[in-house]
Design a protein around this ligand. Structure first.
Ligand SMILES: [Zn+2]
Ligand SMILES: [Zn+2]
Length: 454
């Protein structure tokens, strides 16, 4: 393990923290110890409903002898924990025979404080299993689990087809297959507890008992907390992940991209602790025994915050572009099987103005491919079908603007109009027809036509 050998003792303990957290241990943390040969990692496991403390001795050395195991055994006996305790010695090297015999004897004798030994070879197997890369010089998160980029019970294009169903005047058969890209974006789901009590001479003035769960976008750069909808999408689907199999996804998507995690688990952990410390810091006003009012800033200690779990997973961001006539319509969403959070909706949007959102009515213009809002869609006079104001050819008839697909249709209607009797022409301007003024207007229109005004 070349890279492991290059780690300092301190980095080795960070790595072990990551490893044990990945293995599912809870409340994994480092404890300072005065002894010069290293520090402990302390963590907890729950067996049959009973919480047990596990004290880990990390030895970044070639060989570990019996004294190390013995010393840990007595340390466990005096370790301050209200419940059962056990120990682990983990090394990048190997254990001497006396060390192994000592641990075996504890187990055989049903010692209340047994000790497990993990050597370099075991460590390599564990690292492989949990996907920690020990070889690239960085203890990088290697994750091969992703939320589903599409619902296998539907199809990749189902979300886009669904969006187009809201658009008037377009049939599913007219839709061209969208160009589909899937970007697998790293996120981590974090659970952390903050428990702190603040006391002064008058007693407890402030208490924090809080479990925080959140999801962060974990690409290079500073971690960014995902918004609530995306956070919920990830946490609710964490149980149904699948293997990130790029080759398989390339058969379904036109383009597949996999991003890398920007930081190590330890870095995310430190970031979370910092953030929660800030978040929970508050100023409390209280009255002292002398009736004087005091302000006290209550800031939790780093040791008041414990990160319970850091779960890396890929969140697919699907980008689908549909070409229609002169326009292309982007549609972008985060996917988790049949569930999704829309990021960009270029389908519920008028190409001619700022109108967008699912509440409006949009109509497809088959003449140019536009999707337009109600104020940018008209009826084609000759065909009686929708046409948008962007591409329509217009001319006024009976004092009213009429819309045509093209000059040809306009010309055809001019001829039609010329042959219409007066009352039919008047119908071209419906608001003018009706009520007691109809006759008058017909007369006026008749006169206007007679004198060649319209
Ligand atoms: Zn519009
Ligand atoms: Zn149009």
């Amino acid at each position: 393990m070349a890279v492991l050998d290059d780690l300092s003792g301190f980095e080795f303990e960070d790595l072990m923290e990551d490893v044990f957290r990945n293995l599912g241990y809870e409340n994994v943390r480092q404890a300072d110890r005065t002894a010069d040969e290293g520090r402990d990692v302390i963590m907890e496991e729950v067996v049959d409903g009973m919480r047990r403390a596990v004290i880990v001795e990390c030895k970044h050395t070639d060989t570990v002898g019996r004294p190390v195991v013995q010393k840990l055994h007595s340390a466990i006996a005096t370790f301050d924990f209200d419940g059962p305790r056990r120990g682990i010695v983990v090394t990048t090297g190997r254990f001497t025979n006396p060390a192994q015999e000592y641990a075996q004897r504890l187990r055989k004798n049903d010692d209340p404080h047994p000790i497990e030994l993990i050597d370099g070879e075991d460590l390599r197997e564990i690292a492989d299993e949990i996907g920690l890369d020990l070889y690239n010089g960085r203890i990088e998160i290697l994750c091969d689990e992703t939320l589903r980029p599409y619902d296998p019970a539907a199809s990749v294009t189902a979300p886009v087809e669904e969006a187009f169903r809201d658009i008037e005047n377009i049939e599913a058969t007219e839709l061209r297959e969208p160009y589909s890209q899937a970007t697998f974006r790293p996120v981590v789901a974090i659970t952390a507890d903050t428990n702190a009590v603040f006391e002064t001479s008058v007693g407890v003035i402030h208490r924090i008992n809080d479990r925080t769960r959140f999801v962060v976008h974990a690409e290079r750069g500073y971690p960014q907390v995902a918004d609530d909808k995306v956070g919920t999408l990830v946490t609710e689907n964490l149980h149904s992940t699948i293997e990130l199999d790029t080759e398989q996804f390339e058969e379904v998507f036109d383009d597949v991209e996999e991003r890398r995690f920007g930081q190590t688990q330890t870095e995310y952990k430190e970031w979370v602790v910092d953030r929660l410390q800030d978040y929970h810091t508050t100023t409390v006003t209280y009255t002292g025994d002398n009736n004087v009012t005091y302000n006290k800033t209550c800031e939790p200690n780093l040791s008041d915050i414990s990160v319970q779990s850091i779960e890396p997973v890929y969140l697919p961001e699907v980008h689908q572009t549909t070409e229609l006539g002169e326009y292309s319509y982007p549609y972008e969403y985060y996917a988790a099987g049949p569930s999704r959070v829309t990021v960009k909706d270029g389908i519920h949007r008028c190409v001619h103005c700022e109108t967008s959102g699912v509440k409006e009515t949009y109509t497809y213009c088959p003449n140019c491919g536009a999707i337009a809002c109600d104020s940018h869609i008209e009826t084609e006079r000759l065909e009686g079908k929708p046409v948008c104001t962007g591409c329509a050819v217009t001319e006024r008839f009976a004092l009213k603007t009429k819309y045509f697909y093209d000059e040809q249709n306009l010309e055809a209607f001019r001829e039609e109009y010329a042959e219409m009797p007066i009352h039919e022409r008047a119908m071209e301007n419906k608001p003018l027809v009706g009520g007691s003024i109809v006759t008058t207007l017909l007369v006026i229109l008749g006169l206007l036509v007679t004198f060649g005004v319209i």
